[in-house]
Design a protein. Structure first.
Length: 206
């Protein structure tokens, strides 16, 4: 009789223990007797999204039942600081002579797209030409005797006494200085030009 009572008590204890485990953490179990925790997980000693069993089997850490929620890589492109643009021109160190007289430039002549460019004011004065400038249109007028050259900032079109031609490089404004291809002046004003590469010098005869 005593043995039956003890056996019955043990059976009831197992039933109540199993029931308390299942009811301790509410949620519908799957075919394997477990599920993932999505509510008050830390209260039950679980991590958010952790797969666990209700039959005392513990949480699962293998295979597709990973206990940690998946994370996505941040695919947002990272902005990189832009590098300053490399100048497309460089100081040429060119020495210019008009009728054997060296021109003193306030700004250094430059080399741009395989062309020597010189400051407009100094080359015009050195050649004895008069310069006019229309700031609104960017038009430059250069006259000497019966010759006239018309140029426009940023345009390769040059007018020699009204007849248009295309220059190798358009006039440019750099740091407030207007640069023009020196060949334009030689041609437009009827001057001769001679370049010496060994001395990096340009001789203009007019």
């Amino acid at each position: 009789m005593t043995k039956r009572i003890i056996t019955g008590s043990l059976a009831l204890l197992l039933v109540f223990s199993s029931a308390s485990i299942v009811s301790a953490h509410p949620g519908r179990t799957d075919a394997n007797g477990g599920h993932r925790c999505w509510t008050n997980c830390s209260k039950w000693g679980l991590e958010y999204g952790e797969y666990h069993y209700h039959n005392g089997g513990g949480s699962s850490s293998g295979g597709s039942s990973s206990s940690k929620p998946s994370t996505k890589n941040d695919s947002t492109p990272k902005s990189t600081p832009s590098k300053p643009a490399t100048p497309t021109y460089k100081a040429s160190g060119l020495k210019v002579y008009v009728n054997d007289q060296k021109i003193s430039f306030g700004s250094e002549p430059i080399f741009y797209q395989n062309t020597n460019l010189v400051p407009l004011r100094e080359i015009a004065e050195g050649l004895g030409a008069t310069v006019t400038y229309d700031k609104a249109s960017g038009t430059i007028g250069v006259t000497k005797n019966n010759r006239k050259i018309t140029l426009t900032i940023g345009s390769k079109t040059v007018f020699y006494n009204g007849k248009s031609e295309t220059a190798s490089v358009a006039p440019k404004v750099i740091d407030g200085v207007t640069y023009v291809p020196v060949q334009v002046f030689a041609r437009g004003l009827g001057a001769g030009i001679e370049f010496n590469s060994s001395s990096n010098s340009l001789k203009i005869t007019i």
